[in-house]
Design a binder for this molecule. Structure first.
Ligand SMILES: *Cc1c(COP(=O)(O)O)cnc(C)c1O
Length: 379
């Protein structure tokens, strides 16, 4: 089955009691049991809920995995994943993961004696060199937020298999339409469904997909024990969004490519980061492991002042955190998504004060470029 067909049909059956083609929203906390020990597969909605279960099956199919789990947000999903670890464990992460992942590791989970180490995972030797006797997990993001660095999925999967580490990929930027980490031997894929998967900037959600049954069982146990589950309404919203994921991503890809090409021709812009440009240092690798280069671009205007003027001047592009919605969003990583990262660390990972990030929407691309053009003229 092709991706678009799976997006619309996988795990989705007409409701047996009414024939309703759309999955009902099962707003219930509990389920009546026929007799002691006999139920219809549901006991309590924190453990499982029929609407959430449909989404979990659907995302598993899209990521070519055996099982899916839905959480209240991307961070709730990541929190559950890190609960696979125990006090004293060491985790190696991509140096410019999502700011919230950095914050969770460095400012929350460090209190539980978990050691989070951030390295440049674009070079597998850096990951190898960071290995300690207590290393248990490698967590990467590719493309990374916000500088669009690419990490070699096969190389990470191989290294983790050799050393019995759990490998995790945050696939939020690429989406399952453009990249399936499990196909490369990665153990766990995590998404902020808040972004492209739902795609309409109107809910929060996190999704996890895996193949290994022991790991799945453990994570389901953690999910019901910690309780950060996705609500039935959000699961329904997310299922609705996924039906158009393929067509939205096609447009995000073509629009982003045009915007990146236009940006790279502007004298006032120092640097454009987009994996689809042949000038991107890992364009080849992106081509190898992705189908399309995503809708995210970042570019450097050279200083905080210039970035400020630019961001104040955009009209169509909305100045906001988040990404992956149908509308174009523009943001300033150094003061917004990466504010928790200390200035010297920000500098090291390329999050300069002049860096602007754009989540290219699915509007008419001429309108997006016209807006960027008039804002750039004011810089
Ligand atoms: C937004 C985001 C997250 C966190 O997801 P929430 O749904 O906001 O909790 C994690 N990783 C990436 C790459 C993100 O963009």
């Amino acid at each position: 089955m092709g991706f678009s067909t799976k997006a619309i049909h996988a795990g989705i059956e007409p409701d047996p009691s009414t024939g309703s083609i759309m999955t009902p929203i099962h707003l219930t906390s509990t389920y009546v049991q026929e007799e002691l020990g006999k139920n219809k597969g549901y006991e309590y909605s924190r453990v499982s809920n029929p609407t959430r279960a449909v989404l979990e099956k659907n995302i598993a199919a899209l990521e070519n995995g055996a099982a899916g789990l839905a959480f209240a947000s991307g961070m709730a999903a990541e929190t559950a994943i890190f609960h696979l670890l125990a006090s004293g464990d060491h985790v190696i992460l991509s140096r410019n993961v999502y700011g919230g992942t950095y914050r969770l590791g460095k400012l929350v989970l460090n209190n539980f004696q978990l050691d989070f180490e951030f390295v440049d995972t674009t070079d597998i030797d850096n990951v190898k060199n960071a290995i300690k006797p207590n290393t248990k997990m490698v967590f990467i993001e590719t493309p990374t937020n916000p500088t669009m660095e690419i990490t070699d999925l096969s190389a990470v999967a191989r290294l983790c298999k050799q050393n019995k580490f759990i490998s995790v990929v945050d696939n939020t930027f690429a989406t399952p339409y453009a990249q399936n980490p499990l196909d490369f031997g990665i153990d766990i894929v995590v998404h902020s469904a808040t972004k492209y998967i739902n795609g309409h900037s109107d809910m929060l959600g996190g999704l996890v997909v895996l193949n290994d049954s022991a790991l799945t069982e453990r994570l389901r146990f953690i999910q019901k024990s910690t309780g950060g589950v996705m609500s039935p309404f959000d699961a329904w919203q997310c299922l609705r969004g996924i039906k158009t994921l393929a067509v939205r991503m096609d447009r995000h890809h073509t629009n982003a490519m045009e915007v990146a090409l236009w940006l790279s021709k502007q004298r006032r812009i120092k640097k454009v980061n987009y994996p689809g440009l042949i000038t991107h240092p890992q364009h080849r690798l992106a081509q190898k492991q992705m189908r399309g280069f995503g809708g995210m671009i970042s570019f450097d205007l050279g200083s905080l002042d210039r970035a400020k003027t630019f961001l104040k001047s955009v009209r169509l592009c909305a100045l906001a955190e988040s990404l992956g919605g149908v509308e174009t969003l523009i943001s300033h990583p150094a003061t917004m998504t990466h504010a928790s990262v200390p200035p010297e660390d920000r500098k090291a990972i390329g999050v300069t004060d002049g860096l602007v990030r754009i989540s290219v929407g699915i509007e008419d691309v001429v309108d997006i470029i016209d807006d960027l053009k008039q804002a750039l003229a004011k810089v």
